[in-house]
Structures are given as C-alpha cells and as structure tokens.
Design a protein around this ligand. Structure first.
Ligand code: AMP
Length: 443
C-alpha cells in the first residue's frame, strides 16, 4: 500500500506546498527514505537524478528542522548545476515554512554568498571546494548542523572530492544524521558510509524499473564516418524540440555544436571547462528555447532537469552502462515522455551490448525501419613485424579506439624518432616492447 506524504509524516505546511506543485503520491525512493529519515536513521540510497531523490531527503529535513536559527542542514553536491537545482526544488517545498535555503558553489562571487549567508540560512546546499573556502574564512559555521546529505556521492568521489568531504565532516558534530545518495554503489562509497555513518539502512532501487517506462529507447548501427549525417537526420525527424546530444569529450562537444550550426541548427554546448557564467547562460538559453540543441558531456549534464527535453541522442556510446541510463534520464522528466536514440558505430558494439544486456526494457533497432544498411563487422587485425632479434621484436596489438578525435597533436615514437601525430579517432595499435614479450613468456 502506498502512503500519502501526510501518512509518511510530512508536516502540514510542506504538504500544502507539495500539493500546489502537483506532487500527488510519493515516488518509491520517497516511500522508503522518508519514514527512515524521520525516525532519525542514517540512509544510504541508490538512486539517480530523476527518481525523486531530492524530495526524498528534503521533505524530512523540512519537517524536522527549526524554522529559524543557524544552519542545521548541509547538502553536499558535486556540481554547481545540481546545487542550484536542489535549492530551487527545496524552495518550492519550503514556501510555507519560512525556512531559508542557500546554495554555495565555486565560480560565483563570494561576496554575494556572504550577503546571502548574513540574512540567515537553515539549509545550505554546497559544492565541497567553495564550502571549504567559507569554512576557512570563518563565514560558515557548521556547529549546529544536524543533517548531512551527500548527494550524488559517486560523482563526488569521481571528481576527487573525497578528502574535501572528510575535511568538511570533521567540522560537523558527530551527533548528526547522515544520508548518502548515489547512482552507483562502488566499494569506495560503502567504505565512506561505514566510516562516517551510524548503523545505516540501505535502500536500493531497481533504477531502470522506476524511470525508464516512459522513455522510448532505440539505436541505429552506423559507420563512424557517417554518424554526423545520421545525427542531422535524427534532429530533423524529431517530434519534440529540446534535444540533448551527448558526446565523449569537451572537444567533441565543441566540434559537434559548430558543425550543427553550420548545418543551420541552433546548438549550444555545456561542459566542465566553461565558466560558471557561460554554463548558466547556456542552461538559460536552452531552457528558454533560444537554442534547442544542447551538446553536452556527462559531467556537465548530470542533474540537468529541463522538463521540455523530448530527445536524448547518444552521439558517443559510454563505456559504463550506468552512464547510459543517467543520460537518457534527462528526458521524460516530471511525468513526461521522451525518446532516447543511440548512434552505435562498429567500435562501440561491445559497450552497447553491455547496455542491451542490462535492461529489461526494449531498445529498438532502427536500421530496418529507416532503411539504413548495417555496417559489416570487420575482423580485428593483428599487425606484426617480422621477428628480428630477441629484444628488438615489436608487436602491434589492436588497441581500443581512441576517443579523442579532436585533432589535437601528440607525439609517437616509431622506434627511431618521435613523430607528430594528430588524433583522428581512428584505430591505434599499441607498440609492445620485445622485453615485455620476453617477460610475458611469449618467445
Ligand atoms: P529528482 O530525482 O529529485 O531530480 O526529481 C526528478 C523530478 O521528479 C523533478 O522534476 C521533481 O520535481 C519530480 N518529482 C519528484 N518527486 C515527485 C512526486 N512525488 N510527484 C511528482 N513529481 C515528482
């Protein structure tokens, strides 16, 4: 039996705001996490953006904290986008409570943040680096914090924030409730939980089952060299406007966006190297519809919550299937529907195979219905030079395709000299020294 928010124990004022915002029934993660958090139990939840995890931790916090006074709750997030998004979401729920939430992140003028802090804050949403700056300056005091949320913990560890998190937790009283949310649960996360959390309860959701129902997934087998043409065709065919195109690297996002613009499309990029202003500007334009195509890398797109996104196109297939699921979760937001299309080139067949095996949802192959011939798998070749002495022999082993197709230069040693090369995205062959072969018993 699913319970209502009120039955789960959410207070009247927060409930009123929920109703106004169209939150009728709690999502599964909320059903599970809210009662535990209200009881004061530490929670480790496996859930990605799109499952409703923000409300899962924000609602019990709003119900439990004092509505005035110092900072009582700290929410640590990996990116500025997520900080802003979480703050916006909490402010929706807090409308009738008088609780103030402020986000603190790098790239924004620290003076503005000082002003906001001076007005009084009960919930602080922060990225680790900037929070440490404030702690060191003495402009933030975490002494009264009773709730700590580590949101997208796996991403924070990926981005190298582990020491920062430990530093920050040192400043928070041990008499606190700590909850951690993460899309994936690698060992490192569980170690962090064991070290910093009390007898926590784990909530694991089968994430696909929750959020992929309303996403129409398909893929197209293509030749790498024809990918761009297919991308343009897919964009022309789309029925809803706002589209996110995922590319593997920052350089590729740039190249793709400029090529799309040359074709007459309205495209904009977002990636980790942009300044805060550039990112905010890109998101603002995309949300407003000034540009209807956002070409993004994974890190930058994490946490993007734009309900109007009708299409996600995977221009490059990620190696980790979970990233695929995170990406496609950018569409079909807030109860809507969406389409996710992946362009699978020859060298990504293995990666895509793993994705196909991980989901129970159908992912349709579009080649037949679009009349597009499927690339024929070519045999991987083993290049060998003739044997010429014990330590001189060189084996050229097939090496995974280099993703960096951005044309940047690199140096390659050809046995005598270094040669200037350009990254073209072709196959590369790793040179193995004869000595390695000797050691590996291959003689
Ligand atoms: P999140 O995983 O927190 O990023 O939430 C994903 C989206 O679902 C956001 O747009 C929320 O506003 C929306 N959402 C979360 N919980 C509910 C709910 N119980 N009912 C309706 N919409 C919700």
């Amino acid at each position: 039996m699913t319970k209502t928010f009120q039955e789960l124990g959410i207070d009247v004022d927060t409930n009123r705001a929920l109703k106004e915002n169209g939150y009728e029934d709690p999502f599964p993660i909320q059903q599970e996490a809210i009662p535990l958090m209200l009881k004061g139990i530490d929670v480790v939840g496996q859930a990605h953006t799109g499952t409703g995890k923000t409300a899962a931790f924000a609602l019990p916090i709003l119900t439990k904290i004092k509505r005035r006074g110092p900072i009582q709750s700290l929410i640590l997030v990996p990116t500025r986008e997520l900080a802003v998004q979480v703050t916006v979401e909490i402010n929706k729920f807090a409308k009738y409570t008088g609780v103030r939430t402020v986000s603190i992140y790098g790239g924004q003028n620290i003076g503005i943040q000082h002003d906001q802090l001076r007005k009084g804050v009960q919930i602080l949403v922060a990225t680790p680096g900037r929070l440490i700056d404030h702690i060191k300056q003495g402009s933030i005091d975490l002494e009264n914090v009773r709730f700590v949320i580590l949101d997208e913990a796996d991403r924070m560890l990926d981005m190298g924030f582990i020491d920062d998190i430990k530093f920050i937790l040192f400043y928070v009283s041990e008499d606190r409730q700590t909850c951690l949310f993460s899309a994936t649960m690698p060992q490192e996360i569980l170690r962090l939980a064991q070290e910093y959390m009390k007898d926590f309860e784990e909530i694991r959701l089968n994430e696909e089952e929750i959020s992929l129902d309303t996403i129409d997934q398909s893929y197209l087998m293509v030749y790498e060299r024809e990918k761009f043409r297919h991308l343009c065709d897919l964009i022309k065919m789309r029925d809803k406007k706002q589209t996110i195109v995922f590319a593997a690297t920052k350089q590729r996002t740039h190249r793709l966006a400029s090529e799309l613009k040359q074709e007459g499309f309205r495209a904009i990029t977002i990636h980790g190297d942009l300044s805060q202003r550039q990112r905010d500007n890109a998101m603002y334009r995309f949300k407003k519809g000034t540009e209807d195509i956002l070409v993004a890398t994974d890190i930058a797109a994490r946490g993007i919550d734009v309900p109007a996104v009708g299409h996600v196109i995977n221009y490059d297939i990620p190696e980790d299937p979970l990233i695929y699921f995170h990406r496609i979760g950018r569409t079909a937001r807030a109860g809507g529907t969406g389409k996710a299309i992946s362009l699978v080139s020859q060298d990504r067949i293995d990666d895509f195979g793993r994705i196909l095996r991980q989901t129970k949802h159908p992912i349709r192959k579009l080649n037949d219905e679009m009349g597009i011939e499927i690339p024929i798998a070519q045999r991987r070749q083993q290049y060998q030079r003739p044997y010429s002495g014990r330590f001189q022999r060189r084996d050229y082993e097939y090496h995974k395709r280099d993703d960096r197709t951005d044309g940047t230069r690199y140096r390659r040693y050809d046995g005598n000299n270094y040669r200037q090369m350009r990254r073209s995205g072709g196959y590369s062959y790793r040179q193995q020294s004869g000595y390695n072969n000797y050691r590996n018993g291959r003689f």
